[in-house]
Design a protein around this ligand. Structure first.
Ligand code: SAH
Length: 392
């Protein structure tokens, strides 16, 4: 394995189990590694700090282990077993009421650059680093070994740009089986998931517990599900006994999907209305007010550069939504932007509340569930932030 030697003092963050080596920390590379190659990382005084995937970016090495090890089949299998054990431990066995979960959540599971989602036996793998992209075939073999007969299909949904850098064929590909879509259960609700055409890996698994919380408050309520995608929050609202639901998304495909999922769970039920509309356009044209509004927008900031614009966008959106909440009603508001921290998001929501001049209380502070764990040594892994506010 090729080696990378760090500059003096730059071993400290690895000693604290933070899994990223920034390019500026590198002192020398005796033999230049290829894009995505597995390298051993050494301190300036020749202590091996572990192994990781090299990439010629500002995050130059993503650590996969904090001591020397060969990344063999057995190495990866032990890591996947540990990730699966955590899911089972947290009550996600893949059977019964909930058969969809995230099996691997990148750094949170010791797999920097890798997401693996499980949809009732169909697995979707998404590499976010060149190193993981180079080994998706190897990982597919390990998952097959781990899951045995339970594995129905395995689809690689890493981006073409990443595949090109990893020197692999530039298409997403079915690596095992040929299943493209499944009807999955989440807390007893059914959802059609298509991992080929769908956004991300097909379904936003991370909102499972927050949807359940919405169900709890929904009885007799008029509810607006803004940024609905597959209609997850709408289905739970209806399950909880909502009197009316407005399901809004700017994507025609998303609205069709939401409509299909609502019909699948509540055939013939007329409580839901679908709106294919941009969020601010919907508010502009709406004469309705709501007991509960859900705001679950896409990540407004993908990089630090757009952080300020994102915070302003959260302010505007939340301020607008608050105007449409009946006295005593609830706002479920979320941010999934990794570069906007919980405190910054809270400040944005605070500004929106202040602008309304109304009394606003935080009832719940929400995050991502146990199948999206955050390593305490890698706080960047906490991306989903949410508040349930009561607006009086
Ligand atoms: N709440 C969903 C996930 C939302 S993902 C769930 O529980 O699964 C974000 C969604 O916002 C996407 O479906 C996207 O099509 C939609 N979207 C993006 N920009 C929008 C806008 N300006 N107005 C309305 N919808 C938008």
């Amino acid at each position: 394995m090729k080696s990378i030697i760090l500059r003096p003092g730059k071993e400290q963050s690895l000693k604290r189990a933070h899994p990223w080596v920034f390019s500026g920390a590198i002192g020398s590379m005796p033999e230049a590694p290829e894009e995505g190659e597995c390298v051993a990382v050494y301190s300036h005084d020749n202590n091996c700090l572990g192994i990781g995937h090299y990439q010629s970016d500002s995050i130059a090495v993503r650590m996969i282990h904090f001591s020397y090890s060969e990344p063999s089949h057995g190495f990866w299998k032990a890591k996947f077993e540990k990730a699966l054990d955590l899911r089972v431990f947290s009550g996600l066995s893949g059977q019964g009421q909930t058969n969809v979960f995230r099996l691997v959540h990148a750094e949170g599971d010791g797999f920097p650059g890798l997401i693996v989602d499980y949809y009732d036996g169909s697995v979707v793998v998404q590499a976010h680093s060149v190193g993981m992209c180079r080994i998706t075939d190897q990982l597919a073999g390990v998952l097959q070994d781990l899951l045995g007969d339970k594995l129905v299909s395995l689809y690689d949904k890493s981006s073409p740009a990443l595949k090109a850098r990893a020197g692999r064929k530039q298409v997403n590909g079915m690596l095992i089986g040929d299943k493209k879509e499944a009807v999955v259960n989440e807390n007893g609700n059914q959802f059609v998931v298509n991992w080929i055409d769908g956004q991300k890996t097909g379904f936003f698994i991370d909102q499972r517990e927050n949807r359940k919380l919405l169900e709890h408050y929904s009885s007799g309520k008029k509810i607006l599900n803004m940024f609905a995608y597959t209609g997850g929050f709408s289905v739970y609202a209806m399950r909880g006994g909502a009197s009316q639901v407005h399901t809004v998304d700017s994507s025609k495909r998303a609205i069709e999907l939401a409509g299909d999922n609502i019909a699948l769970n509540f055939p013939g039920d007329t409580r839901n209305k679908l709106f294919c509309s941009e969020a601010f356009d919907y508010f502009r044209d709406s004469n309705d007010k709501f007991d509960i509004i859900i705001l679950d927008p896409p990540a407004f900031a993908k990089s630090r550069k757009s952080q300020n614009n994102a915070i302003q966008a959260y302010k505007r959106l939340n301020a607008r939504a608050v105007e449409y909440i009946e006295p005593g009603g609830l706002l479920f508001t979320f941010s999934c932007s990794q570069v906007v921290g919980r405190e910054q998001f809270r400040q944005a929501v605070y500004s929106a509340a202040l602008q309304s001049g109304r009394e606003v209380k935080i009832l719940h502070q929400l995050s991502q569930p146990a199948d999206h764990p955050v390593s305490i040594y890698h706080p960047e892994g906490e991306y989903l932030k949410g508040f349930v506010l009561q607006v009086l």
